[in-house]
Design a binder for this molecule. Sequence first.
Ligand code: SAM
Length: 326
Amino acid sequence: MPRNQSIIRKLEPETSTSTLKKKTRRKAKPNVSLVPQYVQGQVEPYDLHEPYEPVAKPLVFNARKSQKQVIPIGNQIYQGDAIETLQGFADNSFDCCITDPPYNIARGNKKGLSWAFSNHVTMHEKWDSYSTDDFERFCAAWMSEICRVVKPNGNIFIFGSYHNIYTVGAIATRMELKILNSIIWAKPNAQPNITCRMFTESTEQVVWICNNHFKKATKWTYNYDHMKELNGGKQMRNYWEIPVTPKREKVDGKHPAQKPLKLMERLVLAGTDTGDRVIDCFGGSGSTLLACDRLERRWVGIERDPEYCKLAHKRIDRERKQRRLL
Ligand SMILES: C[S@@+](CC[C@H](N)C(=O)[O-])C[C@H]1O[C@@H](n2cnc3c(N)ncnc32)[C@H](O)[C@@H]1O
């Protein structure tokens, strides 16, 4: 039975995939009843029989200095600019891209009403602020690099809200790519709109693209049966109700745009197979990378901010250790 399928077989509709390996490797595992429960996070000690494999430290890669394009190292965070770093990678290096780029929400130092009157996160990060023209150029540049480094017919999942998703969609349409779906991530516990002048923004989208001309796209990966099983035997819809990132996923540090692992794991399970190589060129706190690590996909992350690189490294490495220490 393929590895994905064995994972899903054990999955209850609302169970975190991270708990599943334990069940699928039951024979090789020591008696877990003697093992204390881990309280901070969700990770269970399913890899006790395997040696601890530390995650490599983030690598500063100067693509401009590099003479020729390289095959990126698997399970590695690259610290650097997304476009420059991608330019240093060889064509067709990845099976899939799952990425959560800047949305162009931040407005410089203007923190807005919600910032003044609430504890909720308001985006005011420098990396998230562009003029309209610059933002279009930036999106077009990184998207065309992603299309080069992902294999033909590979999956590309791009996150967004109304601020950036139309730009991403327009560029994908202009590039004549095959858009397969847009997935709605609905947040049942979204932060309220304190201005009371508009609806509470409680959704984000994920545009799912097949990396080929829309007339030629074929044989993209979609683990239909797995998704159906995850959805209690019914076809998985493109409307996913998943709460915002829980506190227990922020024990290593905070990132203002951190995505919940449940959401990232579902994307990884839907669009990749075990052993696939996945790139996230805006890695942030490493949610895509951690989901891939849990599900035995090879991952590569790019992130410009050294502090976020450290955070992503710490999250993945700590989880790998936990799997063995408990
Ligand atoms: C929306 S956040 C990603 C959050 C991530 N999905 C998570 O769960 O933590 C975008 C990230 O891209 C990084 N970033 C912005 N511009 C970049 C660039 N040109 N090159 C590399 N990283 C960049 C930011 O530092 C930020 O961490």
